[in-house]
Write a protein that binds this ligand. Structure first.
Ligand SMILES: *Cc1c(COP(=O)(O)O)cnc(C)c1O
Length: 249
Protein backbone atom coordinates (compact mmCIF):
# COMPACT_ATOMS: atom_id res chain seq x y z
CA UNK A 1 0.00 0.00 0.00
CA UNK A 2 1.14 3.52 -0.69
CA UNK A 3 0.38 5.64 2.37
CA UNK A 4 1.91 8.70 0.71
CA UNK A 5 -0.56 8.82 -2.15
CA UNK A 6 -3.25 11.34 -1.20
CA UNK A 7 -5.50 10.08 -3.99
CA UNK A 8 -5.58 6.60 -2.54
CA UNK A 9 -8.65 5.98 -0.40
CA UNK A 10 -9.37 3.45 2.35
CA UNK A 11 -11.67 1.70 -0.14
CA UNK A 12 -8.77 1.34 -2.59
CA UNK A 13 -6.66 -0.24 0.15
CA UNK A 14 -9.47 -2.58 1.15
CA UNK A 15 -10.04 -3.55 -2.48
CA UNK A 16 -6.33 -4.38 -2.88
CA UNK A 17 -6.39 -6.44 0.31
CA UNK A 18 -9.48 -8.38 -0.76
CA UNK A 19 -8.03 -8.92 -4.24
CA UNK A 20 -4.81 -10.36 -2.79
CA UNK A 21 -6.71 -12.62 -0.37
CA UNK A 22 -9.03 -13.80 -3.13
CA UNK A 23 -6.07 -14.60 -5.35
CA UNK A 24 -4.47 -16.71 -2.67
CA UNK A 25 -7.70 -18.60 -1.91
CA UNK A 26 -8.19 -19.11 -5.64
CA UNK A 27 -4.69 -20.57 -5.85
CA UNK A 28 -5.37 -22.90 -2.90
CA UNK A 29 -8.55 -24.17 -4.58
CA UNK A 30 -6.79 -24.62 -7.91
CA UNK A 31 -3.95 -26.61 -6.32
CA UNK A 32 -6.37 -28.75 -4.33
CA UNK A 33 -8.30 -29.51 -7.52
CA UNK A 34 -5.09 -30.43 -9.34
CA UNK A 35 -3.98 -32.68 -6.50
CA UNK A 36 -7.36 -34.44 -6.57
CA UNK A 37 -7.47 -34.71 -10.37
CA UNK A 38 -10.55 -32.53 -10.47
CA UNK A 39 -11.37 -29.66 -12.82
CA UNK A 40 -11.33 -26.24 -11.16
CA UNK A 41 -14.86 -25.60 -12.34
CA UNK A 42 -16.18 -28.48 -10.21
CA UNK A 43 -15.69 -26.33 -7.11
CA UNK A 44 -17.60 -23.13 -6.40
CA UNK A 45 -16.17 -20.56 -4.01
CA UNK A 46 -18.80 -19.14 -1.68
CA UNK A 47 -17.42 -16.16 0.26
CA UNK A 48 -18.81 -15.89 3.80
CA UNK A 49 -19.20 -12.17 4.49
CA UNK A 50 -20.63 -12.35 8.03
CA UNK A 51 -19.52 -9.51 10.36
CA UNK A 52 -18.21 -7.54 7.34
CA UNK A 53 -20.11 -4.59 5.84
CA UNK A 54 -22.10 -4.35 2.62
CA UNK A 55 -19.26 -2.22 1.21
CA UNK A 56 -17.03 -5.30 1.30
CA UNK A 57 -19.68 -7.33 -0.51
CA UNK A 58 -19.74 -4.64 -3.19
CA UNK A 59 -15.94 -4.74 -3.57
CA UNK A 60 -16.01 -8.53 -3.74
CA UNK A 61 -18.64 -8.34 -6.46
CA UNK A 62 -16.43 -5.95 -8.43
CA UNK A 63 -13.59 -8.46 -8.00
CA UNK A 64 -15.68 -11.18 -9.60
CA UNK A 65 -17.23 -12.98 -6.62
CA UNK A 66 -20.72 -14.25 -7.51
CA UNK A 67 -21.64 -16.34 -4.42
CA UNK A 68 -21.81 -14.89 -0.92
CA UNK A 69 -22.99 -16.41 2.36
CA UNK A 70 -24.28 -15.16 5.69
CA UNK A 71 -25.17 -16.95 8.91
CA UNK A 72 -27.47 -14.54 10.80
CA UNK A 73 -30.66 -13.12 9.34
CA UNK A 74 -30.46 -9.89 11.37
CA UNK A 75 -27.23 -9.07 9.60
CA UNK A 76 -27.93 -10.69 6.25
CA UNK A 77 -31.32 -9.13 5.47
CA UNK A 78 -30.16 -5.49 5.39
CA UNK A 79 -26.91 -6.44 3.63
CA UNK A 80 -28.75 -8.33 0.90
CA UNK A 81 -31.14 -5.38 0.46
CA UNK A 82 -28.19 -3.01 0.24
CA UNK A 83 -26.58 -5.18 -2.46
CA UNK A 84 -29.76 -6.08 -4.36
CA UNK A 85 -28.45 -4.34 -7.50
CA UNK A 86 -25.44 -6.70 -7.73
CA UNK A 87 -27.31 -9.88 -8.82
CA UNK A 88 -25.32 -12.01 -6.40
CA UNK A 89 -26.33 -15.50 -5.32
CA UNK A 90 -27.00 -15.48 -1.56
CA UNK A 91 -26.41 -18.56 0.57
CA UNK A 92 -27.75 -18.82 4.11
CA UNK A 93 -25.43 -21.08 6.11
CA UNK A 94 -26.31 -20.44 9.78
CA UNK A 95 -28.62 -22.17 12.20
CA UNK A 96 -32.08 -21.02 11.26
CA UNK A 97 -34.97 -20.37 13.64
CA UNK A 98 -38.45 -20.73 12.22
CA UNK A 99 -39.32 -17.12 13.12
CA UNK A 100 -36.57 -15.94 10.72
CA UNK A 101 -37.65 -18.14 7.83
CA UNK A 102 -39.97 -15.63 6.22
CA UNK A 103 -37.20 -13.04 6.07
CA UNK A 104 -34.53 -15.47 4.82
CA UNK A 105 -36.85 -16.75 2.10
CA UNK A 106 -37.03 -13.18 0.80
CA UNK A 107 -33.37 -12.95 -0.27
CA UNK A 108 -31.64 -16.34 0.01
CA UNK A 109 -31.19 -18.47 -3.09
CA UNK A 110 -29.77 -21.40 -1.11
CA UNK A 111 -30.26 -22.50 2.49
CA UNK A 112 -27.44 -24.84 3.58
CA UNK A 113 -28.72 -25.45 7.11
CA UNK A 114 -31.93 -27.43 6.72
CA UNK A 115 -31.80 -29.87 9.63
CA UNK A 116 -35.34 -30.56 10.80
CA UNK A 117 -38.81 -31.20 9.44
CA UNK A 118 -40.33 -28.09 10.98
CA UNK A 119 -37.85 -26.00 9.03
CA UNK A 120 -38.73 -27.77 5.78
CA UNK A 121 -42.38 -26.98 6.33
CA UNK A 122 -41.90 -23.33 7.20
CA UNK A 123 -39.37 -22.75 4.39
CA UNK A 124 -41.82 -24.28 1.94
CA UNK A 125 -44.71 -22.13 3.16
CA UNK A 126 -42.57 -18.96 3.04
CA UNK A 127 -41.21 -19.72 -0.43
CA UNK A 128 -44.67 -20.39 -1.83
CA UNK A 129 -46.10 -17.25 -0.23
CA UNK A 130 -43.33 -15.14 -1.77
CA UNK A 131 -43.40 -16.88 -5.13
CA UNK A 132 -39.78 -17.96 -4.75
CA UNK A 133 -37.94 -21.25 -5.09
CA UNK A 134 -35.23 -22.03 -2.54
CA UNK A 135 -32.34 -24.41 -3.11
CA UNK A 136 -32.03 -26.51 0.04
CA UNK A 137 -29.13 -28.48 1.47
CA UNK A 138 -29.54 -30.83 4.40
CA UNK A 139 -26.98 -29.96 7.06
CA UNK A 140 -25.45 -33.13 8.45
CA UNK A 141 -24.22 -32.96 12.03
CA UNK A 142 -21.33 -35.40 12.25
CA UNK A 143 -20.88 -34.52 15.91
CA UNK A 144 -24.47 -35.58 16.63
CA UNK A 145 -25.44 -38.83 18.26
CA UNK A 146 -27.59 -41.29 16.37
CA UNK A 147 -30.57 -38.98 16.70
CA UNK A 148 -31.16 -35.33 17.40
CA UNK A 149 -29.11 -32.32 16.41
CA UNK A 150 -25.49 -31.67 17.26
CA UNK A 151 -24.40 -28.54 19.11
CA UNK A 152 -23.50 -26.77 15.85
CA UNK A 153 -26.76 -27.73 14.18
CA UNK A 154 -27.23 -30.44 11.64
CA UNK A 155 -29.29 -33.57 11.37
CA UNK A 156 -27.90 -36.91 12.44
CA UNK A 157 -26.84 -38.98 9.41
CA UNK A 158 -29.72 -41.44 9.91
CA UNK A 159 -32.22 -38.56 9.51
CA UNK A 160 -30.89 -37.34 6.18
CA UNK A 161 -32.91 -39.56 3.84
CA UNK A 162 -36.20 -38.67 5.52
CA UNK A 163 -35.47 -34.93 5.51
CA UNK A 164 -34.32 -35.08 1.90
CA UNK A 165 -37.54 -36.78 0.84
CA UNK A 166 -39.52 -34.09 2.65
CA UNK A 167 -37.60 -31.29 0.88
CA UNK A 168 -37.98 -33.02 -2.49
CA UNK A 169 -41.74 -33.22 -2.01
CA UNK A 170 -42.18 -29.70 -0.62
CA UNK A 171 -43.54 -26.95 -2.84
CA UNK A 172 -41.21 -24.03 -3.38
CA UNK A 173 -38.11 -26.01 -2.39
CA UNK A 174 -35.48 -27.74 -4.51
CA UNK A 175 -33.31 -30.44 -2.95
CA UNK A 176 -29.72 -29.51 -3.88
CA UNK A 177 -27.50 -31.64 -1.64
CA UNK A 178 -25.71 -31.76 1.70
CA UNK A 179 -23.65 -29.48 3.93
CA UNK A 180 -21.49 -30.02 6.96
CA UNK A 181 -19.16 -28.15 9.28
CA UNK A 182 -16.05 -30.01 10.46
CA UNK A 183 -16.95 -31.17 13.99
CA UNK A 184 -15.13 -29.80 17.04
CA UNK A 185 -16.28 -32.73 19.18
CA UNK A 186 -17.04 -36.39 18.75
CA UNK A 187 -15.23 -39.01 16.68
CA UNK A 188 -14.38 -36.59 13.85
CA UNK A 189 -12.90 -33.83 16.01
CA UNK A 190 -9.59 -32.75 14.47
CA UNK A 191 -10.16 -35.04 11.46
CA UNK A 192 -11.88 -32.81 8.90
CA UNK A 193 -10.88 -34.94 5.95
CA UNK A 194 -12.52 -38.03 7.46
CA UNK A 195 -15.61 -35.98 8.29
CA UNK A 196 -15.84 -34.67 4.72
CA UNK A 197 -15.29 -38.15 3.36
CA UNK A 198 -18.21 -39.37 5.47
CA UNK A 199 -20.33 -36.51 4.10
CA UNK A 200 -19.35 -37.59 0.61
CA UNK A 201 -20.48 -41.17 1.34
CA UNK A 202 -23.82 -39.92 2.64
CA UNK A 203 -24.09 -37.78 -0.49
CA UNK A 204 -23.52 -40.78 -2.73
CA UNK A 205 -26.36 -42.56 -0.94
CA UNK A 206 -28.58 -39.51 -1.26
CA UNK A 207 -27.91 -39.22 -5.01
CA UNK A 208 -29.09 -42.79 -5.55
CA UNK A 209 -32.56 -41.59 -4.54
CA UNK A 210 -32.21 -37.96 -5.70
CA UNK A 211 -29.80 -37.77 -8.65
CA UNK A 212 -30.04 -33.99 -8.96
CA UNK A 213 -28.95 -33.39 -5.34
CA UNK A 214 -25.28 -33.04 -6.24
CA UNK A 215 -24.12 -30.15 -4.05
CA UNK A 216 -21.59 -31.06 -1.36
CA UNK A 217 -20.93 -27.97 0.78
CA UNK A 218 -17.88 -28.54 2.95
CA UNK A 219 -14.62 -26.85 3.82
CA UNK A 220 -13.86 -23.43 5.24
CA UNK A 221 -10.72 -21.26 5.46
CA UNK A 222 -8.80 -23.79 7.55
CA UNK A 223 -9.77 -26.99 5.76
CA UNK A 224 -10.83 -26.27 2.19
CA UNK A 225 -8.07 -28.52 0.77
CA UNK A 226 -9.39 -31.52 2.72
CA UNK A 227 -12.88 -30.84 1.44
CA UNK A 228 -11.84 -30.47 -2.21
CA UNK A 229 -9.76 -33.65 -1.92
CA UNK A 230 -12.84 -35.71 -1.09
CA UNK A 231 -15.35 -34.18 -3.47
CA UNK A 232 -16.75 -30.93 -2.11
CA UNK A 233 -18.54 -28.92 -4.80
CA UNK A 234 -18.86 -25.75 -2.69
CA UNK A 235 -16.35 -24.37 -0.20
CA UNK A 236 -17.49 -21.67 2.23
CA UNK A 237 -14.58 -19.34 2.90
CA UNK A 238 -14.76 -16.34 5.24
CA UNK A 239 -11.65 -15.23 7.12
CA UNK A 240 -9.15 -16.24 4.43
CA UNK A 241 -10.79 -13.70 2.12
CA UNK A 242 -12.05 -10.98 4.47
CA UNK A 243 -9.64 -11.24 7.40
CA UNK A 244 -10.00 -12.57 10.92
CA UNK A 245 -13.31 -11.76 12.53
CA UNK A 246 -13.14 -9.91 15.86
CA UNK A 247 -15.09 -12.67 17.60
CA UNK A 248 -15.87 -16.21 16.56
CA UNK A 249 -19.56 -16.82 16.12
C1 LIG B 1 -18.32 -18.56 9.32
C2 LIG B 1 -18.68 -19.76 8.55
C3 LIG B 1 -17.86 -20.22 7.51
C4 LIG B 1 -16.55 -19.57 7.12
O1 LIG B 1 -15.60 -19.78 8.11
P1 LIG B 1 -14.07 -19.28 7.93
O2 LIG B 1 -13.33 -20.10 8.91
O3 LIG B 1 -14.08 -17.83 8.28
O4 LIG B 1 -13.69 -19.53 6.55
C5 LIG B 1 -18.28 -21.34 6.80
N1 LIG B 1 -19.42 -21.98 7.11
C6 LIG B 1 -20.23 -21.58 8.11
C7 LIG B 1 -21.47 -22.34 8.39
C8 LIG B 1 -19.89 -20.45 8.86
O5 LIG B 1 -20.69 -20.06 9.86
Amino acid sequence: MNDDDPGRSAADDRRAELAANLASVEERITRACEAAGRARKEVTLVVVTKTYPAGDVRLLSELGVRHVAENRDQEAAPKAADCADLSLTWHFVGQLQTNKVRSVAGYAHYVHSVDRLRLVNSLSAAAVRQGRELGCLIQVGLDAGTSGAGPRGGAAPDRVAHLADAVAQAQGLRLEGLMTVAPLAGPYAGRPRDAFERLREISTGLQAAHPAATMVSAGMSADLEEAVAVGATHVRVGSAVLGDRPRLR
